[in-house]
Design a protein around this ligand. Structure first.
Ligand SMILES: Nc1nc2c(ncn2[C@@H]2O[C@H](COP(=O)(O)OP(=O)(O)OP(=O)(O)O)[C@@H](O)[C@H]2O)c(=O)[nH]1
Ligand SMILES: [Mg+2]
Length: 463
């Protein structure tokens, strides 16, 4: 694929608002000449004559009025060793929105087009510097919510996922080659050997795909954060738990039941796992209108939560309010926390064990800082259960990739069925080809322009 129109694009690449510096970025065949026409270097040399990839001090000047707009550092970077593989210029301005907009207006006046979101990275992909999964990793790096999310995205940018897929594609190619050889030399015993080899190869490849697909649910959580809701009846210590996990006094804690009225939402990292954690209003039957709305909202949030931390008070017997919550959270991913174990224990542990047989139950005292470590370990283990190791940076974090992998697997399973049913080899090769195409969609070898456009549309301007 090549860029259809060789136009030059420009964008303010830094975040809006006041800052120390702000960068206007250009890419395309006219990038250097456009920047040259508004740049007055301190040495007097035109930008095109200045050394490549060096910051040059000077001014942006409005060529019509001759007025100096901003004091800047400008770098020209010549193709092909650039982010987009085209000529690029970065103009480092002062970070206010007025100078940046003025510089943008000048480059547009000189012929640059305002870039669409993600268009720089899209050019890097279309010009073959990175594949599609690597381009998608760029946006994940920008949006990453935790160190683990960042590490996973960096590994994807580095081609970690692409290389794993490369190994799988090699296997499929080898199978295709066998089929072709066998069709060219159609002696019976060769065909038998081919069938056996194909079945073996297909099964191995399905296993490799399974292993990648198995990382997807953890991958999604690493990327987006685990939606976690803290629930329990009033005054059990929900807000105290949020504060303890955050290690700061974010939520108001008092001994008055019904202290938290609205939902408080924060991001925290637990052993590298990002949690979007919500402290909720204590659930109880109430006539107070504000509290009632809070409780209704809590019920809504519970429906959408990936994980529920259900807090009980060790010093009080199980009440009707607790039992109402038991019912609401049945069938969800729950960790049960028995808080205030520093007090005289009145709760019936037998009933808890009975009601939450298959769920972890952790005694804790937030007052004495006990049980938190166990909780953090449990959360980590829940996210990285089974085959997924948190130390392996190659993870499927993207729903689009997961879908492609599943389609690749489906085609291969069909191939295996066809082999078992003794169907002709050229029919089997169709399934294998389909599988390869599904994998090619991840890296962008086989993909429609429409999907490419949709992917890059989620990017920010200037990237
Ligand atoms: N003894 C003891 N008291 C605790 C413990 N954890 C919290 N508390 C106290 O319990 C009271 C209620 O704590 P909160 O965190 O406000 O409880 P909550 O569940 O958020 O309450 P609402 O927002 O009213 O639903 C406060 O006085 C806390 O200091 C604990 O482990 N032991
Ligand atoms: Mg509270």
């Amino acid at each position: 694929m090549v860029i259809r129109d060789g136009d030059t694009i420009a964008a303010i690449a830094t975040a809006p608002g006041d800052s120390g510096i702000g960068i206007v970025r250009l890419s395309g065949p006219e990038a250097i000449s456009i920047a040259e026409s508004i740049f007055e270097s301190i040495s007097g040399s035109p930008l095109g004559d200045l050394p490549d990839r060096r910051l040059n001090y000077g001014y942006v000047k409005d060529p019509t009025s001759g007025e100096r707009v901003d004091e800047v550092l400008v770098a020209a970077m010549r193709a092909p060793r650039t982010y987009t593989r085209e000529d690029m210029v970065e103009i480092n301005c002062h970070g206010g929105s007025v100078p940046l907009k003025k510089v943008m207006a000048l480059v547009v006046d000189k012929g640059a087009r305002v870039a669409e979101p993600g268009e720089f990275t899209k050019r890097a992909f279309l010009n073959g510097r990175i594949d599609l999964s690597q381009a998608e990793a760029v946006i994940d790096i920008i949006n990453s919510k935790s160190e683990m999310g960042l590490r996973t995205a960096m590994s994807q940018l580095d081609g970690g996922l692409s290389r794993r897929l490369g190994v799988i594609k090699e296997k499929l190619l080898a199978m295709m080659a066998r089929i072709e050889a066998s069709i060219d030399f159609p002696e019976h015993d060769i065909e038998e050997i081919t069938r056996e080899a194909l079945e073996h190869g297909a099964k191995e490849t399905v296993d490799m795909l399974e292993r990648l697909i198995a990382t997807a649910s953890s991958g999604k959580l690493v990327r987006e954060g685990l939606k976690t809701a803290i629930v329990g009846k009033p005054n059990v210590g929900k807000s105290s738990l949020l504060n303890a996990l955050l290690r700061e006094n974010r939520a108001i804690v008092t001994d008055v039941p019904g202290t938290t009225r609205d939902i408080i939402e924060e991001y925290i990292n637990i052993k590298g796992v990002p949690l979007r954690i919500m402290d909720t209003a204590g659930i109880r039957e109430t006539e107070d209108i504000v509290e009632k709305i809070g409780v209704e909202k809590t019920k809504e949030y519970l429906d959408r939560a990936d994980l529920i931390l259900f807090v009980l008070d060790a010093a009080r017997p199980i009440s009707e309010e607790d039992r109402t919550i038991f019912e609401i959270i049945q069938g969800k991913r729950v960790i049960v926390l028995i808080n205030k174990t520093d007090l005289k224990v009145e709760i019936d542990m037998g009933e808890i064990e009975e009601a939450f047989r298959d769920k972890p139950v952790i005694p804790m005292s937030l007052l004495k800082d006990e049980g938190l470590d166990t909780l953090e370990e449990k959360i980590h283990d829940m996210v990285f259960s089974g085959q997924v190791r948190s130390s392996d940076p190659v993870m499927v974090t993207n729903v689009r990739h997961e879908d492609c992998l599943k389609r690749a697997r489906k085609s291969l399973l069909e191939a295996i069925e066809s082999i078992d049913a003794g169907l002709p080899l050229d029919l089997i090769s169709i399934d294998i080809k389909e599988s390869m195409e599904a994998l090619g969609e991840i890296t962008g070898e086989s993909i429609t322009e429409e999907i490419v456009d949709r992917i890059f549309h989620d990017f920010c301007i200037g990237k």
